[in-house]
Design a protein around this ligand. Structure first.
Ligand code: BES
Ligand code: ZN
Length: 461
Protein backbone atom coordinates (compact mmCIF):
# COMPACT_ATOMS: atom_id res chain seq x y z
CA UNK A 1 0.00 0.00 0.00
CA UNK A 2 1.12 3.53 -0.67
CA UNK A 3 2.45 5.36 2.34
CA UNK A 4 -0.04 8.19 2.97
CA UNK A 5 2.72 9.99 4.84
CA UNK A 6 5.33 9.78 2.09
CA UNK A 7 5.63 13.55 1.68
CA UNK A 8 5.82 14.09 5.43
CA UNK A 9 8.37 11.31 5.85
CA UNK A 10 10.41 12.86 3.04
CA UNK A 11 10.31 16.15 4.93
CA UNK A 12 11.63 14.37 8.02
CA UNK A 13 14.41 12.77 5.95
CA UNK A 14 15.36 15.92 4.07
CA UNK A 15 15.49 18.16 7.12
CA UNK A 16 17.69 15.92 9.29
CA UNK A 17 20.61 18.36 9.33
CA UNK A 18 18.51 21.48 9.81
CA UNK A 19 16.50 19.84 12.61
CA UNK A 20 19.62 18.75 14.41
CA UNK A 21 21.20 22.20 14.14
CA UNK A 22 18.03 23.84 15.45
CA UNK A 23 17.79 21.35 18.34
CA UNK A 24 21.41 22.03 19.29
CA UNK A 25 20.67 25.77 19.29
CA UNK A 26 17.80 25.16 21.70
CA UNK A 27 20.07 23.04 23.93
CA UNK A 28 22.68 25.81 24.10
CA UNK A 29 20.27 27.99 26.07
CA UNK A 30 20.87 27.31 29.79
CA UNK A 31 17.23 27.53 30.88
CA UNK A 32 17.67 26.35 34.48
CA UNK A 33 14.36 27.40 35.95
CA UNK A 34 15.27 26.87 39.61
CA UNK A 35 18.25 29.26 39.61
CA UNK A 36 17.60 32.99 39.52
CA UNK A 37 20.92 33.74 37.79
CA UNK A 38 19.39 32.01 34.74
CA UNK A 39 16.16 34.03 34.63
CA UNK A 40 17.22 35.82 31.44
CA UNK A 41 18.21 32.51 29.82
CA UNK A 42 14.83 31.00 30.67
CA UNK A 43 13.15 34.01 29.09
CA UNK A 44 15.35 33.77 25.99
CA UNK A 45 14.35 30.12 25.63
CA UNK A 46 10.66 31.03 25.75
CA UNK A 47 11.34 33.60 23.01
CA UNK A 48 13.23 31.02 20.96
CA UNK A 49 10.23 28.66 21.04
CA UNK A 50 7.59 31.35 20.49
CA UNK A 51 9.47 32.81 17.53
CA UNK A 52 9.50 29.47 15.76
CA UNK A 53 5.79 28.85 16.20
CA UNK A 54 5.10 32.36 14.94
CA UNK A 55 7.34 31.94 11.92
CA UNK A 56 5.62 28.74 10.76
CA UNK A 57 2.19 30.34 10.89
CA UNK A 58 0.82 29.82 14.40
CA UNK A 59 -1.33 32.65 15.71
CA UNK A 60 -1.87 34.44 19.03
CA UNK A 61 1.74 33.65 19.84
CA UNK A 62 2.68 34.95 23.24
CA UNK A 63 5.47 34.81 25.76
CA UNK A 64 3.00 35.39 28.55
CA UNK A 65 4.08 36.72 31.95
CA UNK A 66 2.93 34.59 34.88
CA UNK A 67 4.62 36.18 37.87
CA UNK A 68 7.31 33.52 37.46
CA UNK A 69 8.87 32.20 34.27
CA UNK A 70 6.75 32.91 31.20
CA UNK A 71 4.34 30.58 29.46
CA UNK A 72 4.62 30.18 25.71
CA UNK A 73 1.22 30.11 24.06
CA UNK A 74 0.50 29.61 20.34
CA UNK A 75 -2.42 28.23 18.40
CA UNK A 76 -3.32 27.01 14.94
CA UNK A 77 -7.10 26.62 14.65
CA UNK A 78 -7.91 26.15 10.98
CA UNK A 79 -9.13 22.56 10.89
CA UNK A 80 -12.88 23.03 11.29
CA UNK A 81 -14.65 19.93 12.58
CA UNK A 82 -11.38 18.28 13.61
CA UNK A 83 -10.36 17.82 17.26
CA UNK A 84 -8.55 20.51 19.21
CA UNK A 85 -5.53 19.34 21.18
CA UNK A 86 -3.95 21.24 24.04
CA UNK A 87 -0.25 20.40 23.69
CA UNK A 88 2.10 20.67 26.66
CA UNK A 89 5.85 20.47 27.12
CA UNK A 90 8.33 22.39 29.29
CA UNK A 91 11.35 24.35 28.16
CA UNK A 92 13.07 24.70 31.57
CA UNK A 93 15.75 22.22 32.63
CA UNK A 94 17.22 20.93 35.91
CA UNK A 95 20.37 22.40 37.50
CA UNK A 96 23.63 20.85 36.25
CA UNK A 97 25.56 20.20 39.43
CA UNK A 98 27.75 18.26 40.07
CA UNK A 99 29.39 19.89 37.08
CA UNK A 100 32.68 17.98 37.40
CA UNK A 101 30.91 14.72 36.54
CA UNK A 102 29.92 15.91 33.07
CA UNK A 103 32.29 14.56 30.46
CA UNK A 104 31.13 17.30 28.06
CA UNK A 105 29.90 20.77 29.04
CA UNK A 106 26.10 20.63 29.72
CA UNK A 107 25.17 23.52 27.43
CA UNK A 108 27.58 22.81 24.61
CA UNK A 109 25.77 19.86 23.00
CA UNK A 110 27.76 17.11 21.36
CA UNK A 111 26.53 14.37 19.01
CA UNK A 112 28.22 11.08 19.84
CA UNK A 113 27.21 7.40 19.77
CA UNK A 114 23.85 8.15 18.18
CA UNK A 115 22.88 10.52 20.95
CA UNK A 116 22.89 14.21 21.71
CA UNK A 117 24.51 14.95 25.05
CA UNK A 118 23.37 18.05 26.96
CA UNK A 119 21.25 19.13 29.91
CA UNK A 120 17.66 19.08 28.72
CA UNK A 121 18.44 16.99 25.62
CA UNK A 122 15.78 14.55 26.82
CA UNK A 123 13.88 16.31 29.64
CA UNK A 124 12.18 18.12 28.09
CA UNK A 125 13.66 19.98 25.13
CA UNK A 126 13.43 16.81 23.05
CA UNK A 127 9.65 17.18 23.12
CA UNK A 128 9.60 20.96 22.81
CA UNK A 129 11.57 20.50 19.65
CA UNK A 130 9.52 17.55 18.37
CA UNK A 131 6.33 19.56 18.62
CA UNK A 132 7.91 22.47 16.77
CA UNK A 133 9.00 20.21 13.95
CA UNK A 134 5.90 18.00 13.76
CA UNK A 135 3.78 21.11 13.16
CA UNK A 136 6.36 22.50 10.76
CA UNK A 137 6.37 19.23 8.80
CA UNK A 138 2.63 19.51 8.18
CA UNK A 139 2.59 23.23 7.49
CA UNK A 140 5.51 23.13 5.06
CA UNK A 141 4.42 20.04 3.13
CA UNK A 142 0.64 20.39 3.13
CA UNK A 143 0.10 24.01 4.13
CA UNK A 144 -2.16 22.95 6.98
CA UNK A 145 -2.53 20.70 10.01
CA UNK A 146 -5.22 17.99 10.22
CA UNK A 147 -6.13 19.04 13.79
CA UNK A 148 -6.37 22.25 15.77
CA UNK A 149 -3.49 22.83 18.15
CA UNK A 150 -3.21 25.02 21.22
CA UNK A 151 0.35 24.96 22.47
CA UNK A 152 1.27 25.71 26.08
CA UNK A 153 4.89 25.37 27.12
CA UNK A 154 6.05 26.32 30.59
CA UNK A 155 9.36 27.24 32.22
CA UNK A 156 8.70 26.12 35.79
CA UNK A 157 7.96 22.42 35.51
CA UNK A 158 11.22 21.36 37.11
CA UNK A 159 10.55 23.62 40.08
CA UNK A 160 6.98 22.61 40.74
CA UNK A 161 4.98 24.61 38.15
CA UNK A 162 4.51 27.31 40.70
CA UNK A 163 2.61 29.82 38.58
CA UNK A 164 1.20 27.34 36.12
CA UNK A 165 -2.15 26.57 37.78
CA UNK A 166 -2.98 30.24 38.15
CA UNK A 167 -2.18 30.97 34.51
CA UNK A 168 -4.30 28.02 33.38
CA UNK A 169 -7.25 29.20 35.48
CA UNK A 170 -6.88 32.79 34.27
CA UNK A 171 -6.85 31.59 30.63
CA UNK A 172 -9.44 28.86 30.97
CA UNK A 173 -11.63 30.20 28.15
CA UNK A 174 -8.96 30.18 25.51
CA UNK A 175 -7.70 26.71 26.49
CA UNK A 176 -10.86 24.79 25.58
CA UNK A 177 -9.88 21.57 23.83
CA UNK A 178 -10.94 17.97 23.30
CA UNK A 179 -8.06 16.58 25.34
CA UNK A 180 -4.57 17.50 26.51
CA UNK A 181 -1.39 15.92 25.20
CA UNK A 182 1.59 16.08 27.55
CA UNK A 183 4.97 15.23 26.07
CA UNK A 184 7.37 14.80 28.97
CA UNK A 185 7.67 11.04 29.45
CA UNK A 186 9.39 8.19 27.69
CA UNK A 187 9.89 4.56 26.85
CA UNK A 188 10.07 1.48 29.07
CA UNK A 189 13.17 -0.40 30.21
CA UNK A 190 15.03 -1.73 27.20
CA UNK A 191 13.86 1.32 25.20
CA UNK A 192 10.49 -0.28 24.48
CA UNK A 193 7.68 2.00 23.26
CA UNK A 194 5.41 3.00 26.12
CA UNK A 195 2.60 5.32 27.06
CA UNK A 196 2.54 6.60 30.61
CA UNK A 197 -0.88 6.36 32.26
CA UNK A 198 0.04 7.25 35.81
CA UNK A 199 2.25 9.89 37.41
CA UNK A 200 3.05 10.40 41.06
CA UNK A 201 2.49 13.67 42.87
CA UNK A 202 5.11 15.41 44.95
CA UNK A 203 5.60 17.57 47.98
CA UNK A 204 9.04 19.10 48.41
CA UNK A 205 10.17 20.44 51.78
CA UNK A 206 13.17 21.83 53.59
CA UNK A 207 14.12 21.11 57.19
CA UNK A 208 16.23 23.78 58.91
CA UNK A 209 17.84 23.15 62.28
CA UNK A 210 19.52 26.03 64.13
CA UNK A 211 21.45 25.98 67.38
CA UNK A 212 23.57 29.15 67.54
CA UNK A 213 24.30 32.40 65.70
CA UNK A 214 27.64 31.20 64.35
CA UNK A 215 29.65 27.98 64.45
CA UNK A 216 31.04 27.21 67.92
CA UNK A 217 34.41 25.81 69.03
CA UNK A 218 33.63 22.15 69.58
CA UNK A 219 36.07 22.01 72.47
CA UNK A 220 34.53 24.91 74.33
CA UNK A 221 30.92 23.91 73.63
CA UNK A 222 30.92 20.20 72.76
CA UNK A 223 28.85 18.40 75.36
CA UNK A 224 27.14 21.60 76.47
CA UNK A 225 24.86 22.30 73.48
CA UNK A 226 22.68 20.29 71.17
CA UNK A 227 24.51 19.85 67.84
CA UNK A 228 22.19 20.85 64.92
CA UNK A 229 23.78 18.31 62.55
CA UNK A 230 23.35 15.50 65.07
CA UNK A 231 19.80 16.69 65.76
CA UNK A 232 19.00 16.69 62.04
CA UNK A 233 20.38 13.17 61.72
CA UNK A 234 18.16 12.08 64.62
CA UNK A 235 15.12 13.56 62.91
CA UNK A 236 15.89 12.02 59.54
CA UNK A 237 16.53 8.62 61.07
CA UNK A 238 12.99 8.64 62.45
CA UNK A 239 11.27 9.50 59.17
CA UNK A 240 11.47 5.97 57.76
CA UNK A 241 11.15 2.45 59.07
CA UNK A 242 13.70 -0.26 58.40
CA UNK A 243 11.35 -1.97 55.96
CA UNK A 244 11.35 1.09 53.66
CA UNK A 245 7.94 2.41 54.71
CA UNK A 246 7.41 5.97 55.91
CA UNK A 247 7.11 6.44 59.67
CA UNK A 248 5.09 9.67 59.61
CA UNK A 249 1.75 9.03 61.38
CA UNK A 250 -1.28 8.91 59.05
CA UNK A 251 1.01 9.11 56.00
CA UNK A 252 -0.82 6.23 54.29
CA UNK A 253 -4.35 7.11 55.41
CA UNK A 254 -5.56 8.09 51.93
CA UNK A 255 -3.43 5.64 49.98
CA UNK A 256 -5.67 3.76 47.53
CA UNK A 257 -4.93 0.06 47.78
CA UNK A 258 -4.17 -1.72 44.54
CA UNK A 259 -6.91 -3.97 43.22
CA UNK A 260 -6.05 -7.58 42.33
CA UNK A 261 -6.51 -6.61 38.66
CA UNK A 262 -4.06 -3.73 38.96
CA UNK A 263 -1.55 -6.01 40.65
CA UNK A 264 -1.95 -8.50 37.81
CA UNK A 265 -1.24 -5.74 35.30
CA UNK A 266 1.93 -4.74 37.13
CA UNK A 267 2.98 -8.39 37.32
CA UNK A 268 2.48 -8.86 33.57
CA UNK A 269 5.11 -6.27 32.69
CA UNK A 270 8.45 -7.89 32.00
CA UNK A 271 11.26 -6.51 34.13
CA UNK A 272 14.83 -7.68 34.19
CA UNK A 273 15.94 -6.42 37.61
CA UNK A 274 19.55 -7.44 36.98
CA UNK A 275 19.58 -5.35 33.78
CA UNK A 276 18.09 -2.34 35.57
CA UNK A 277 20.68 -2.71 38.32
CA UNK A 278 23.50 -2.85 35.78
CA UNK A 279 22.22 -0.15 33.46
CA UNK A 280 21.70 2.41 36.21
CA UNK A 281 24.77 1.44 38.21
CA UNK A 282 22.73 0.57 41.32
CA UNK A 283 24.19 -1.12 44.38
CA UNK A 284 20.99 -3.16 44.42
CA UNK A 285 17.25 -2.81 44.16
CA UNK A 286 15.69 -2.39 47.60
CA UNK A 287 12.27 -1.37 48.90
CA UNK A 288 9.12 -2.44 50.71
CA UNK A 289 9.07 -6.19 50.31
CA UNK A 290 5.29 -6.48 49.97
CA UNK A 291 5.44 -4.73 46.60
CA UNK A 292 7.27 -5.28 43.34
CA UNK A 293 9.70 -2.80 41.79
CA UNK A 294 7.05 -1.51 39.37
CA UNK A 295 4.38 -1.28 42.08
CA UNK A 296 6.74 0.68 44.30
CA UNK A 297 7.57 3.00 41.41
CA UNK A 298 4.05 3.57 40.16
CA UNK A 299 1.72 3.04 43.07
CA UNK A 300 3.49 3.53 46.41
CA UNK A 301 4.38 6.84 48.05
CA UNK A 302 7.92 7.66 49.22
CA UNK A 303 9.90 9.92 51.47
CA UNK A 304 13.46 10.75 50.40
CA UNK A 305 16.24 13.09 51.42
CA UNK A 306 17.38 14.91 48.27
CA UNK A 307 20.21 16.82 49.90
CA UNK A 308 21.69 17.34 53.32
CA UNK A 309 24.25 19.86 54.49
CA UNK A 310 25.69 21.75 57.40
CA UNK A 311 29.04 22.17 59.10
CA UNK A 312 32.51 21.74 57.71
CA UNK A 313 32.99 19.99 54.38
CA UNK A 314 36.41 21.23 53.28
CA UNK A 315 39.80 19.57 53.36
CA UNK A 316 41.21 18.20 56.58
CA UNK A 317 39.49 18.85 59.89
CA UNK A 318 37.80 21.82 61.51
CA UNK A 319 36.58 21.39 65.06
CA UNK A 320 33.18 23.07 65.27
CA UNK A 321 29.64 22.64 66.38
CA UNK A 322 27.85 23.85 63.24
CA UNK A 323 25.44 26.72 63.82
CA UNK A 324 22.84 25.07 61.60
CA UNK A 325 22.06 22.05 59.45
CA UNK A 326 19.58 21.51 56.64
CA UNK A 327 17.93 18.89 54.50
CA UNK A 328 15.75 18.89 51.39
CA UNK A 329 13.14 16.19 51.71
CA UNK A 330 10.49 15.16 49.23
CA UNK A 331 7.60 12.74 49.14
CA UNK A 332 6.23 11.16 45.97
CA UNK A 333 2.49 10.71 46.30
CA UNK A 334 -0.10 8.50 44.65
CA UNK A 335 -3.87 8.16 44.61
CA UNK A 336 -5.63 9.43 46.77
CA UNK A 337 -3.00 11.37 48.71
CA UNK A 338 -3.03 15.13 49.15
CA UNK A 339 0.27 17.05 48.90
CA UNK A 340 -0.60 19.75 51.41
CA UNK A 341 -2.03 17.32 53.96
CA UNK A 342 1.14 15.25 53.61
CA UNK A 343 3.24 18.36 54.21
CA UNK A 344 1.31 19.15 57.39
CA UNK A 345 1.73 15.59 58.66
CA UNK A 346 5.49 15.61 58.02
CA UNK A 347 5.82 19.07 59.58
CA UNK A 348 3.87 18.10 62.72
CA UNK A 349 5.71 14.81 63.09
CA UNK A 350 9.11 16.50 62.77
CA UNK A 351 8.04 19.01 65.43
CA UNK A 352 7.05 16.13 67.70
CA UNK A 353 10.39 14.31 67.35
CA UNK A 354 12.69 17.37 67.26
CA UNK A 355 15.43 17.05 69.91
CA UNK A 356 15.48 19.76 72.57
CA UNK A 357 18.06 22.53 72.38
CA UNK A 358 17.64 23.50 68.70
CA UNK A 359 15.08 25.33 66.59
CA UNK A 360 13.57 23.17 63.88
CA UNK A 361 11.40 24.40 61.02
CA UNK A 362 9.90 22.56 58.07
CA UNK A 363 8.84 24.63 55.08
CA UNK A 364 7.16 23.60 51.87
CA UNK A 365 9.05 24.50 48.70
CA UNK A 366 6.58 23.20 46.12
CA UNK A 367 4.13 20.48 45.35
CA UNK A 368 2.24 18.80 42.53
CA UNK A 369 -0.68 16.41 42.26
CA UNK A 370 -0.57 12.76 41.09
CA UNK A 371 -2.64 11.73 38.06
CA UNK A 372 -4.04 8.63 36.42
CA UNK A 373 -5.22 8.60 32.81
CA UNK A 374 -7.59 6.23 31.04
CA UNK A 375 -6.01 3.59 28.79
CA UNK A 376 -9.21 3.07 26.83
CA UNK A 377 -9.66 6.71 25.75
CA UNK A 378 -9.63 6.92 21.93
CA UNK A 379 -6.86 9.53 21.99
CA UNK A 380 -4.69 7.16 24.06
CA UNK A 381 -5.47 4.27 21.74
CA UNK A 382 -4.68 6.44 18.70
CA UNK A 383 -1.29 7.28 20.23
CA UNK A 384 -0.68 3.57 20.82
CA UNK A 385 -1.51 2.77 17.19
CA UNK A 386 0.93 5.42 15.90
CA UNK A 387 3.73 4.17 18.18
CA UNK A 388 3.16 0.67 16.82
CA UNK A 389 3.22 1.93 13.22
CA UNK A 390 6.53 3.71 13.67
CA UNK A 391 8.42 1.63 16.23
CA UNK A 392 6.97 -1.73 15.19
CA UNK A 393 5.78 -2.76 18.65
CA UNK A 394 2.60 -2.07 20.59
CA UNK A 395 3.45 0.16 23.55
CA UNK A 396 3.38 -0.80 27.20
CA UNK A 397 1.09 1.22 29.44
CA UNK A 398 3.14 2.41 32.39
CA UNK A 399 2.53 3.90 35.77
CA UNK A 400 5.58 6.10 36.19
CA UNK A 401 7.21 7.34 39.34
CA UNK A 402 7.95 10.93 38.27
CA UNK A 403 5.66 13.93 38.49
CA UNK A 404 4.21 16.40 36.03
CA UNK A 405 1.91 18.73 37.96
CA UNK A 406 0.32 19.97 34.71
CA UNK A 407 -1.42 16.61 34.22
CA UNK A 408 -3.67 16.91 37.25
CA UNK A 409 -4.19 20.61 36.59
CA UNK A 410 -5.54 20.06 33.08
CA UNK A 411 -8.06 17.55 34.38
CA UNK A 412 -9.03 19.49 37.49
CA UNK A 413 -9.19 23.00 36.01
CA UNK A 414 -10.10 22.34 32.38
CA UNK A 415 -11.91 19.02 32.67
CA UNK A 416 -9.61 17.45 30.06
CA UNK A 417 -8.47 13.88 29.64
CA UNK A 418 -4.68 13.76 29.46
CA UNK A 419 -2.61 11.60 27.12
CA UNK A 420 1.10 11.29 27.93
CA UNK A 421 3.07 10.66 24.77
CA UNK A 422 6.85 10.97 24.95
CA UNK A 423 9.90 9.34 23.45
CA UNK A 424 12.88 9.56 25.81
CA UNK A 425 14.87 6.38 26.49
CA UNK A 426 15.09 5.08 30.09
CA UNK A 427 18.85 5.62 30.29
CA UNK A 428 18.59 9.31 29.37
CA UNK A 429 20.18 10.37 32.70
CA UNK A 430 17.52 13.04 33.15
CA UNK A 431 18.31 15.25 36.18
CA UNK A 432 21.81 13.70 36.34
CA UNK A 433 25.20 14.51 34.77
CA UNK A 434 25.62 13.51 31.10
CA UNK A 435 21.97 13.63 30.10
CA UNK A 436 21.41 12.40 26.56
CA UNK A 437 18.76 11.78 23.92
CA UNK A 438 18.86 9.04 21.32
CA UNK A 439 18.60 10.42 17.80
CA UNK A 440 16.61 7.41 16.61
CA UNK A 441 14.01 7.95 19.35
CA UNK A 442 13.85 11.59 18.35
CA UNK A 443 13.31 10.76 14.69
CA UNK A 444 10.77 8.03 15.46
CA UNK A 445 9.07 10.46 17.80
CA UNK A 446 8.73 12.98 15.02
CA UNK A 447 7.21 10.43 12.64
CA UNK A 448 4.86 9.31 15.42
CA UNK A 449 3.61 12.83 16.15
CA UNK A 450 3.19 13.58 12.47
CA UNK A 451 0.98 10.48 12.16
CA UNK A 452 -0.81 11.18 15.42
CA UNK A 453 -2.24 14.48 14.17
CA UNK A 454 -3.75 12.69 11.19
CA UNK A 455 -4.94 9.72 13.26
CA UNK A 456 -6.80 12.07 15.61
CA UNK A 457 -8.53 13.73 12.69
CA UNK A 458 -9.75 10.27 11.64
CA UNK A 459 -10.78 9.13 15.13
CA UNK A 460 -14.09 10.03 16.76
CA UNK A 461 -13.13 11.33 20.23
N1 BES B 1 9.94 14.49 32.84
C1 BES B 1 9.82 14.51 34.25
C2 BES B 1 8.67 13.69 34.78
C3 BES B 1 8.87 12.21 34.71
C4 BES B 1 9.97 11.61 35.29
C5 BES B 1 7.93 11.43 34.09
C6 BES B 1 10.13 10.24 35.23
C7 BES B 1 8.09 10.06 34.02
C8 BES B 1 9.20 9.48 34.59
C9 BES B 1 9.63 15.93 34.74
O1 BES B 1 10.32 16.90 34.03
C10 BES B 1 10.12 16.02 36.16
O2 BES B 1 11.20 15.64 36.46
N2 BES B 1 9.29 16.55 37.01
C11 BES B 1 9.61 16.82 38.36
C12 BES B 1 8.40 17.54 38.91
C13 BES B 1 8.52 18.11 40.27
C14 BES B 1 9.56 19.16 40.40
C15 BES B 1 7.17 18.66 40.69
C16 BES B 1 9.89 15.53 39.10
O3 BES B 1 9.24 14.52 38.89
O4 BES B 1 10.82 15.53 39.93
ZN1 ZN C 1 10.44 16.92 32.28
Amino acid sequence: MDNPFADLDAFVDNTADARLADYLDLLRLPSIGAQSEHTADVHATAEFVAERFEKMGFEHVEVAPTGGHPMVYADWLHAPGAPTVLVYAHYDVQPVDPLDLWTRPPFDPVVENGRVWARGAADDKSHVHLHLWAAKAWLETRGKLPVNLKIVMEGEEESGSEHFDRWIVANRDKLKADFALISDTGFYEGNKPAITVGLRGLVYMQIDVTGSKVDLHSGSFGGNVQNPANALATIIAKLKNDDGSVAVPHFYDEWRALTPREREEFARMPLDEAAVTREHGLHSIWGESDYSFLERRGARPTLDVNGIWGGYQGEGSKTIIPAHAHAKVSCRLVADMDPHKTFERVRDYVASIAPVGVDVTVSKINDGMWSLTPIDHPATQAAAACLKDVFGEAPYFLREGGSIPAGATFTRELGLTVVLLGFTQPDDAAHAPNESMRLDNLEGGLRTLVRYWQKLADTPL
